[in-house]
Design a protein around this ligand. Structure first.
Ligand SMILES: Cc1ncc(COP(=O)(O)O)c(C=O)c1O
Length: 441
């Protein structure tokens, strides 16, 4: 057993210098720098931090609250709720919107599979809709897929590209549907000058390491409606630490239910705050690099640059070339990869990838956690199940099969952009290129 002095040093502070140094070690500093830092920190160490997002004692920083306030301001909405991932943001949003057994939710056939599978997790029926050439939800097909059982639409701003939010919101209003914007891949993007994620009832963001901002793992839900915000809070912390009086009786029916624990920690929020400060700069650099590359692409070739619902609002993480057929896309994809360009085909029957619906075996195979097969077999569901198959959205497969994405980094310099444009120019030889343009929504 350690002596009393050591015990006091080790356990007097529940989270002390050792834990902070462990976090700092993630940044791979040299051992000598670590030693110097530890010395300074030990000398100045005052009190153990409060890492839990609720019950923050006076005089302690509340990073989660600060992150939420900064994010809400940036998005131009009254409420932002920090959670631990975009997956949990989506599930909490569906729960808050009252989606459950018997309901259908429409989702585009091109998105990371989570946007669709989370509907099954919420015990509702996912209905897949086609994308159009903007690579986002096609409003025409969306409206065709609406039935009496449709409760919500998940609009996904894929690879930094805004959905046609005017049309989607118009349809949602007409049919009285909730709109959840999956903004995991487009944080900082906008549509007609308005922050993506601020159009619908809930905007869901991801801060996993592959997104525009990251804090390792994390998410945020943006909201305009206080009641939905309350229900999201209830879902993300069913232990009810979020409530003004934790164990008090329900203030309004629907406030309390069996939810989850999706709380964000102060450590993640602290990183999120620093990241958020860089957002404008990141988006500016992405757009500048995207424009530099596009400016260098010669306007003749086998491809055209896919149109955008709002070119100015794109987050700028991608430029997508659309070829006349999949074979040409495959050839160009290989040539670009061979030239060391960060790029990729958006769909190929030979390339397994959970961003395209033909590979969503979770949905197509109606895979569920337990054998009875709910929600697909749920007696509350009175509709006609979609005929899930790997070719149920042929337009989406066709568009994606002919597309090659060039991934843009904010770290590119002018020379990188020139090289990328040159590599693109050398893979094509087609008659007429069509410049990137706006499309009517
Ligand atoms: C479109 C989309 N939605 C949701 C998610 C899930 O995000 P998270 O990893 O934060 O749960 C992702 C992650 O890749 C995504 O790309």
């Amino acid at each position: 057993m350690p002596d009393d002095r050591l015990k006091r040093k080790l356990f007097g502070q529940k989270v002390g210098v050792e834990e902070l140094m462990e976090i700092i070690s993630l940044w791979n500093l040299r051992p000598a720098a670590m030693k110097r830092l530890e010395k300074i920190i030990r000398k100045d160490f005052r009190k153990t931090p409060h890492l839990f997002r609720y019950y923050v004692p006076a005089g302690f920083p509340d990073k989660v609250r600060e992150f939420e306030e900064l994010f809400a301001k940036k998005a131009g909405v009254p409420f932002a709720l920090a959670v631990n991932s975009c997956t949990s943001a989506l599930l909490a949003s569906l729960a808050a919107c009252g989606v459950g057994p018997g309901d259908e939710v429409i989702v585009p056939a091109y998105t990371f599979f989570i946007s669709a599978s989370i509907i099954v997790t919420a015990r509702a029926i996912p209905v897949l809709a086609e994308i159009d050439e903007t690579l986002t939800l096609d409003p025409v097909d969306l409206e065709k897929k609406i039935t009496r059982r449709t409760k919500a639409i998940i609009a996904v701003h894929m690879i930094g590209r805004p959905c046609r939010m005017d049309a989607i919101m118009r349809i949602a209003k007409k049919h009285k549907l909730k709109v959840i914007e999956d903004t995991a891949q487009a944080c900082g993007g906008s549509y007609k000058g308005k922050f993506l994620g601020s159009f619908g009832d809930c905007g869901c963001f991801s801060f996993d390491p592959f997104k525009i901002l990251t804090c390792g793992e994390g998410g945020v839900i943006t909201l305009k409606d206080e009641w939905l915000y309350t229900r999201c809070q209830s879902y993300q912390d069913s232990s009810a630490c979020w409530r003004p009086d934790r164990y008090a009786k329900e203030r309004k029916p629907g406030e309390i239910f069996c939810g989850e624990n999706y709380r964000q920690s102060q450590v993640h929020a602290a990183i999120g705050i620093a990241q958020l400060r860089k957002l404008d700069m990141i988006i500016r650099s992405l757009r500048e690099n995207r424009d530099r590359i596009i400016a260098g692409i010669r306007k003749s070739g086998k491809f055209r640059i896919v149109p955008s619902a709002d070119p100015k609002g794109e987050a700028g993480t991608s430029i997508v070339l659309m070829f006349n057929n999949a074979k040409e896309a495959e050839k160009a994809g290989s040539a670009l990869a061979g030239a060391g360009i960060s790029s990729g085909r958006l769909y190929s029957p030979r390339l397994r990838d959970w961003h395209t619906y033909p590979y969503w075996e979770h949905i197509i195979g109606k895979k569920t956690i337990t054998k009875e097969g709910c929600p697909f077999t749920c007696s509350f569901y009175k509709g006609k199940l979609p005929r899930y198959s790997a070719d149920m959205c042929p337009r989406t497969s066709d568009i994606l099969g002919r597309s090659v994405a060039i991934w843009v980094s904010p770290a590119f310099g002018a020379q990188d952009c020139r090289q990328i444009a040159e590599a693109i120019n050398t893979v094509e030889s087609c008659p007429k290129g069509i410049p990137s343009g706006n499309v009517k929504s």
